[in-house]
Design a protein around this ligand. Structure first.
Ligand SMILES: *Cc1c(COP(=O)(O)O)cnc(C)c1O
Length: 432
């Protein structure tokens, strides 16, 4: 038997026709090897078509497409950063952000000298709890005399947030919403794509996201004027003189025309990718339904929810015993989970004061032995040492979920046979 290949969480997947290479070659052939050009413009058009498409929920209503504009940028993190700037976030301001997320949702707040105020999750979508959001707004106004400058909900693993409730609160208080839909490309709520509800919507095309440009991101904007302003900030904020004249601090955040070539090719398969992620989720739901103590994270029954299931998340009940559990956290880890690129600081302790339960860690190690990459869910930002002391409004749900949660492989490379093997491996790992 040939040796089994590792099943990764989510890998970049190029179109079988090689569209990506064709558009990249075009960039070279026309010498548009710069952070602008025909591929960038065409990728933006493709993205606009994608985000403006509205799927009618009721048959008797004709849905008009939206008219959002999209600006391509060098990263999703850059998109969050520029969205906050365009919302007028300044040093000393407070920004309300979902705590249960990847660090790129909150770090750009601190780039601006502003302060993140973390909002906890509700148990249904695992995303920003609208009740806690309003509580936080009221309390911040009472404590600081000032309204928070923006609200950043996050589509964790692609699951739509309770956007109708969040928008209602945001509008009532007149606070702009920056939707972090980096993981939720193509997820919909009430027929509309995530990122089109707020003032701005963030997309990411990092190597492991729904589609990739190797690295890149985009900002969905409500108007051509907003898009223009983002584009201005993304290209060093220059004024119209025959020399470089600056009236604001800008950034070098525009997307490369080479990367945009990859993106154009990926747009030809994005709907296939989304369909495959949903298929894998459905198979996990079916195969795990009788496994005691293991629960796959499902979307709410409300038909307005239409998640892309970028990653499949599961929880493991604390009383489930896993093979090798007695050894969990005994050794200091030498690398970061996630095969993270770059430099990772070495640590001298194997544990922190907030970490997944021992059985969850044991399952991760067991699965790795089976050549399956399982990964803890994002550690809540208010539990990160770097954000010690930041205000937080929570019911403790995201911390509980972090302790029991695991992400399972879900990309286009994951076959039905892989899902069966993954589920069999989970069953094998359970001792009782
Ligand atoms: C990936 C991600 C981002 C940032 O995107 P990059 O393109 O990697 O900079 C932002 N927010 C969330 C929740 C993400 O998962």
């Amino acid at each position: 038997m040939s040796e089994r290949k590792t099943i990764y969480l989510c890998l970049a997947h190029m179109s079988e026709e090689g569209w990506e290479q064709k558009y990249v070659k075009e960039a070279f052939d026309t010498n548009w090897v710069v952070p602008m050009g025909p591929n960038v413009n065409a990728f933006e058009k493709d993205l606009e078509e994608f985000v403006n498409d509205v799927r009618c929920q009721k048959e008797d209503v004709r849905c008009e497409p939206l008219d959002r504009k999209v600006v391509c940028l060098s990263a999703g993190t850059a998109a969050v950063h520029l969205a906050l700037i365009a919302c007028g976030v300044k040093a000393g301001d407070e920004v309300l952000v979902q705590s249960y997320t990847f660090c790129a949702s909150s770090h750009p707040i601190t780039y601006l000298g502003a302060k993140p105020v973390f909002v906890g999750s509700e148990g249904e979508t695992w995303n920003m709890d609208p009740v806690l959001l309003e509580e936080a707004i009221k309390d911040r106004i009472a404590k600081t005399g000032k309204k928070p400058a923006a609200i950043v909900p996050v589509a964790l693993y692609g699951m739509p947030y309770k956007i109708d409730e969040i928008m209602e609160i945001a509008d009532r208080y007149g606070i702009p919403v920056v939707e972090d839909a980096a993981e939720g490309m193509g997820s919909r709520f009430d027929g509309k794509v995530l990122g089109t509800f707020g003032k701005y919507g963030v997309l990411s095309f990092n190597g492991n996201k729904m589609i990739t440009t190797s690295g890149g991101g985009a900002l969905i904007c409500r108007s051509a004027e907003d898009a223009n302003e983002i584009m201005w900030y993304a290209t060093q904020a220059r004024d119209a003189y025959p020399y470089y004249q600056h009236t604001a601090i800008g950034y070098n955040y525009r997307m490369s025309n080479v990367c945009a070539g990859i993106g154009r090719g990926q747009m030809k398969v994005v709907n296939d990718h989304i369909a495959h992620h949903k298929h894998v989720q459905a198979l996990y739901e079916e195969l795990l339904k009788d496994v005691k103590g293991v629960h796959i994270h499902k979307q709410p029954a409300d038909p307005r929810y239409d998640a892309n299931f970028w990653l499949c998340a599961a929880t493991l009940d604390p009383e489930v015993r896993i093979q090798g559990q007695e050894n969990a956290y005994k050794e200091v880890i030498k690398t970061a989970v996630g095969g993270a690129a770059g430099v990772i600081h070495q640590v001298d302790s194997a544990t922190t004061d907030c970490q997944p339960n021992e059985n969850v860690e044991a399952l991760r190690v067991f699965m790795l032995g089976k050549k399956i990459e399982a990964r803890p869910t994002w550690k809540p930002m208010h539990k990160q040492p770097v954000y010690a002391g930041a205000p937080v409004y929570t019911n403790g749900i995201e911390e509980k979920l972090f302790k029991v949660g695991s992400c399972l492989p879900a990309g286009p490379y994951v076959t039905d046979e892989d899902v069966r093997y993954i589920v069999e491996s989970i069953k094998e790992a359970i001792v009782g």
